[in-house]
Design a protein around this ligand. Structure first.
Ligand code: ZN
Length: 184
């Protein structure tokens, strides 16, 4: 799938949309994409939602951000933690980071590997592993990674209307963060 047509490369501060410059969202790009030296924070500024995938690491200063990691950056089953970061943590900005080559895309194609892996490594019966997989796919399949974070953003904007929520993509091919063209 050609994601690049839908992504906006952020290579310098002028590429960051003006409304995000000098906000925690702009700063996230500065730290991660541009290697801005760490600033000192005593309170969290941001909530990052990203996939559990092992290939990704976000470069940010200590104390800068809460991070919720789930399969596919899916927050549908993590809303208490979102609410907590906002209410108790005090954050006003949330980024939903999807990524290329996400394993939560096209889960059905991974069924045999999933079932076999649970049987061999975790001691499950084949039947239990198959049921677990079948029950879970409708909940955790994200379809297309770009569309998924766009839709999650829409959904969460309705729930947290005063919070700035921005969908982003992480390309595992270059380890950089990208904006998404939202007009597709
Ligand atoms: Zn993923």
């Amino acid at each position: 799938m050609n994601f690049m047509k839908r992504l906006i490369s952020i290579q310098s501060k002028k590429d960051i949309p003006i409304q995000y410059q000098d906000t925690p969202i702009g700063l996230l790009f500065e730290y991660h994409n541009f290697g801005r030296p760490d600033d000192v924070y005593s309170n969290p500024q941001l909530l990052i939602s990203m996939c559990m995938d092992n290939r990704k690491r976000i470069h940010i200063p200590d104390n800068f951000s809460f991070i919720i990691r789930t399969g596919g950056s899916n927050l549908r089953y993590s809303e208490f933690k979102v609410s907590y970061a906002i209410s108790v943590g005090g954050v006003r900005h949330l980024v939903l980071i999807g990524h290329t080559q996400c394993g939560m895309v096209d889960l059905m194609s991974q069924k045999e590997q999933f079932v076999q892996g649970l049987v061999e490594r975790a001691g499950w019966t084949r039947q239990a592993a198959e049921e677990h997989f079948t029950d879970s796919v409708p909940i955790f399949e994200i379809g297309n990674a770009v569309d998924f974070v766009l839709n999650e953003t829409k959904r969460l904007k309705l729930r947290y209307s005063k919070i700035e929520i921005v969908p982003l993509m992480y390309r595992v091919e270059d380890n950089l963060l990208y904006m998404i063209k939202e007009d597709q």
